[in-house]
Design a protein around this ligand. Structure first.
Ligand code: ADP
Ligand code: MG
Length: 314
């Protein structure tokens, strides 16, 4: 392809909301053999909602939600945002103004009045968050986070967890002062186009793979819904890049599609990194492509565009 053809293709992509950061990435996309999809926020909408809560100690539901929301208030994770919304509705249902901006402002005002003071906050990608509230440690996240901290997950909690995971839901565990105090069941629906895109890639001779930090059961259930057979679950952010490198070993060209901070090492390691436009800045920086419309169909658009632009010189 001539420099002009590359320029034209870049322009065509941009018109479709597919921004490519250079001719090399544009060229590599034609030969993609694997497309690795992150689960949360990439295949799914990244707009989780709480479906239920389960409390294991004597704590009152309102106090439980206040604790958890306080711990999650500084996190940018979609699950964290959904938990805050849920807690907000619980405490202030019926008081919401109509516009979204108003809701946001009002939320911040109200939140600042009743959220508890948090110290030593840290976000642990692939695991959850931890901080101190009233001088005691609170952990909000997955099994790994809880067990790593030496906290026991009682039988009752474990069976509740397994149950919701088998239904494609994500269980968020809450431990306070070294004790598991409750669990939040969350659901994050697939993007509307996800099934069709996965099917389309298969027809193009491309292998779709799902990689996620979420647990095996939830991952399998979601993969089944979307039509992906190759699943890698309970993968930490650095592990996502390892998955890419292992698929590249035989010379295969690997694309990665992701949205989160936890995807950026993998986006950088991939031959073709594609960031969801609504994703975090760090993911967008690490990627070769930005899919501005947040629509997975643009993964196919990008590969098609490359194939059409470079097919004559193959
Ligand atoms: P994915 O790879 O699918 O995008 P992540 O790596 O972002 O998922 O997260 C993996 C898991 O870690 C989540 O499914 C959740 O259990 C837990 N987790 C991460 N961040 C948070 C948070 N802020 N609150 C609760 N749980 C979290
Ligand atoms: Mg994600």
């Amino acid at each position: 392809a001539t420099p002009t053809a590359v320029m034209v293709a870049t322009g065509v992509g941009a018109n479709h909301g597919v921004l490519v950061k250079g001719g090399d990435a544009l060229e590599r996309a034609q030969n993609v053999k694997y497309v690795i999809f992150d689960k949360t926020g990439t295949l799914t909408q990244g707009k989780a909602t709480v479906t239920s809560t389960k409390i294991f100690s004597g704590i009152d539901l309102g106090d439980f939600l206040t604790l958890v929301a306080s711990a999650e208030a500084s996190s940018e994770h979609p699950l964290a945002k959904a938990i805050l919304d849920y807690a907000f509705h619980f405490h202030f249902f019926g008081k919401l103004p109509s516009s979204k901006d108003d809701i946001k402002k009002r939320k911040q005002q109200i939140f600042s009045q009743w959220l508890l003071e948090v110290a030593d906050f840290s976000a642990l990608p692939g695991k959850g968050v931890q901080c101190l509230i009233n001088g005691k440690k609170i952990l909000v996240g997955n099994r790994t986070l809880i067990t790593e901290n030496g906290i026991n997950i009682p039988e009752e909690a474990e069976s509740f967890l397994v149950d919701l995971e088998l239904n494609a839901k994500t269980g968020v565990l809450v431990a306070y002062d070294c004790e598991l105090i409750g669990l939040i069941s969350m659901t994050d629906p697939l993007k509307r186009e996800a099934v069709v895109v996965v099917e389309g890639l298969k027809k193009m001779g491309i292998h779709p793979v799902m990689v996620t930090g979420d647990n095996w059961r939830t991952a399998q259930a979601v993969a089944e819904e979307v039509g992906i057979e190759d699943v890698r679950a309970e993968v930490m952010p650095a592990g996502k890049a390892d998955v890419i490198r292992s698929l590249q070993k035989d010379g295969s060209v690997v694309a990665m599609v992701g949205d989160g901070i936890n995807d950026s090492p993998a986006l950088a390691a991939a031959d073709v990194g594609m960031a969801i436009g609504a994703g975090t800045d760090i993911a967008i920086e690490a990627a070769d492509y930005v899919l501005v419309r947040n629509n997975l169909e643009d993964v196919i658009t990008a590969i098609d565009l490359s194939r059409k632009t470079f097919s004559r010189i193959r």
